[in-house]
Design a binder for this molecule. Structure first.
Ligand code: NAG
Ligand code: NAG
Length: 545
């Protein structure tokens, strides 16, 4: 058996047991009020968690069949009859997590919480490799799910037992760190296209996600890095036929034989070669500022050079590189000498970063997607992944693709998101973001607005009067324009001399005329210096006449 000789490198490098990090969302009880509290929940590794969003729903715990291992009776018994969705609470045990969630979805639930059956730290609910039924239900799970700890589950159940309506909020807004305006993400993948459902899944994802990935990368919104797991051969077996056929660089970098049969078809080292080539394609393309070409290369290679078609070869790879105008020589040089008894610089780095660090656990299964150093949970599906990436941008720095309508709702459209807005100029403090909206006084034509963003914003600094007169009163009388926006003041509105009011409304022009007539010229000059541009003109005119 091929895999017997291969050890995932993380076991060697981290002498302690391998690290597994549980990715979380939060669940808070909204009602009944006396139970208000916030709890962690572990995001299920299937279905579609609402990264960046939240869901408020009514908890339902089934009278019978609370483990959810068989379909629930009736036609969508848990379909919500009110505006609030149903969040189904099920018990852990007796069958796959994924099956419970599937049965919940079929019964009309909008989300499923699974209560742990023992007291322990939260674990990630994973899916089996393949669905136990022929339909392949795992792929069809489209709702979010999470595991909660036993005591929280008990708390919900006892409230329900008392006949209370329990409303909870599941919140994924903080599930992806969002420190800045660029999202770093990585995909751990494999060029082997004959490894069954996992390989099909990752290839379908790459093909479907390519468009989004390239838009994000070209816009500088993301930095994507592909990674490839490699194994190594234990010292004692380096000269064995198994290691010779599965490894390059004298047992240093290996991959399992695609057919698990040494006599037939492709060998493990063919896979290592191609993984290395794909790494080098990315590296070389990245150096010339075209990192996104990796997505083209990988999808084209899969279509043109598949193992199924018996075209998984260097020659075929070169054909793909040629059509993508990639510098073949540079890429070959990056790949180095696979026969040499030395480290390969590129693959060595791959083995090192495979080991978990910080918020990310060890990478041991394929495919693995890591966003801002946190492992993505849920279905590897285009829009679900885009949502998770979008949740990784700092508020207000979201790229346009994240704000498209099918992905999120523009919260500024309704009541201007509760933010300040100048009805005259349509200048608004509402900024739609992927996670919601922020009320932030805007920068318009170089003029910074200042204020709390909710009830007031004011233009500040020179030039502010150029934009809709700084939001201040102005009026033209007898061909002369009067303004309450004073260039000499950095902010605010003030009625010009002779007028009375709060600056947004001013009255009493005749008084100004009178004033001008009686005031000596030097006082008029003083007026000129303290009043707005238009006032200067009008005052000067008066002076001339
Ligand atoms: C790609 O290029 C950027 C900027 O030049 C660099 O920071 C990054 O490390 C490169 N990535 C890889 C995988 O070489
Ligand atoms: C402000 O927006 C409203 C609604 O979109 C529009 O009818 C109005 O003309 C706009 N006003 C200005 C000054 O742009």
């Amino acid at each position: 058996m091929a895999s017997l000789f291969l050890i995932v490198v993380s076991i060697l490098l981290s002498s302690v047991e391998s690290r597994f990090v549980v990715e979380k969302s939060s669940v808070s009880i909204v009602s009944p009020y006396d139970l208000s509290s916030k709890h962690d929940a572990a995001i299920g590794n299937f279905g579609v968690p609402d990264y960046g969003g939240s869901m408020v729903g009514t908890v339902v715990y089934p009278q019978k069949g609370s483990v959810g291992c068989s379909p629930f009776d009736g036609d969508k018994p848990f379909k919500s009859k009110s505006h609030r969705p149903t969040i189904l609470l099920l018990d852990r045990g007796e069958c796959y997590f994924a099956l419970k969630v599937w049965n919940g979805q079929q019964a009309g639930a909008a989300a499923v919480l699974v209560a742990d059956s023992i007291d322990e730290p939260l674990i990630t609910m994973d899916s089996p490799e393949e669905s136990s039924d022929a339909d392949g239900y795992i792929e069809k799970i489209g709702i979010p799910s999470a595991l909660i700890d036993r005591s929280f589950g008990e708390k919900l159940k006892s409230a329900l037992k008392k006949g209370e309506e329990v409303i909870i909020k599941i919140d994924w807004t903080e599930s992806v760190p969002h420190p800045d305006q660029r999202v770093e993400y990585e995909l751990w993948t494999n060029s082997n296209d004959e490894c069954g459902i996992r390989c099909d899944e990752q290839m379908n994802f790459i093909k479907n996600f390519k468009g989004h990935a390239q838009i994000l990368e070209k816009g500088g919104y993301t930095q994507f890095t592909p990674h490839y797991i490699t194994w190594y051969c234990p010292q004692a077996f380096i000269l064995s036929n198994q290691c010779k056929s599965q490894c390059i660089n004298h047992g240093r970098y290996c991959a399992p034989d695609p057919e698990q049969d040494f006599g037939e078809g492709y060998q493990g080292k063919d896979v290592v070669f191609e993984n290395l080539r794909q790494l080098c394609v990315h590296r070389v393309a990245n150096e010339s500022g075209r990192s996104w070409v990796w997505w083209d290369y990988v999808t084209d290679f899969h279509i043109r050079c598949s193992m199924k078609k018996k075209k998984y070869s260097k020659e075929c790879a070169q054909g793909v590189m040629k059509s993508l105008n990639l510098p073949i020589e540079k890429i070959e040089k990056c790949m180095g000498d696979s026969e040499a008894n030395t480290e390969n610089e590129v693959l060595k780095i791959e083995q090192e970063v495979q080991v978990g660090r910080g918020s990310r656990g060890d990478v041991t299964i394929l495919p693995t997607l890591v966003i801002n150093d946190v492992q993505y949970r849920g279905k590897l599906e285009r829009s679900a992944v885009l949502k998770a990436i979008c949740a990784g941008f700092k508020e207000t720095t979201d790229p346009p693709i994240c704000l498209s309508e099918d992905l999120e709702t523009n919260e500024c459209l309704e009541r201007n998101g509760g933010c300040w807005k100048d009805p005259k100029s349509n200048i608004t403090a509402c900024k739609d973001t992927f996670r919601g909206r922020v009320c932030q006084c805007p920068l318009v034509n170089g003029i910074q607005y200042d204020g709390d963003g909710y009830t007031s914003c004011q233009g500040v600094g020179p030039g502010r009067c150029m934009i809709h007169n700084g939001g201040c009163w102005s009026e033209t009388r007898d061909g002369k324009r009067f303004s309450a926006c004073l260039e000499s003041n950095l902010a605010g509105c003030q009625c010009p001399l002779g007028f009375e009011g709060d600056g947004h409304k001013c009255e009493g022009a005749s008084m100004l005329m009178n004033a001008k007539k009686v005031l000596p010229v030097n006082v008029m000059d003083a007026v000129v210096r303290t009043h707005g541009v238009d006032s200067i003109a009008s005052v000067k005119e008066i002076n001339c006449t």
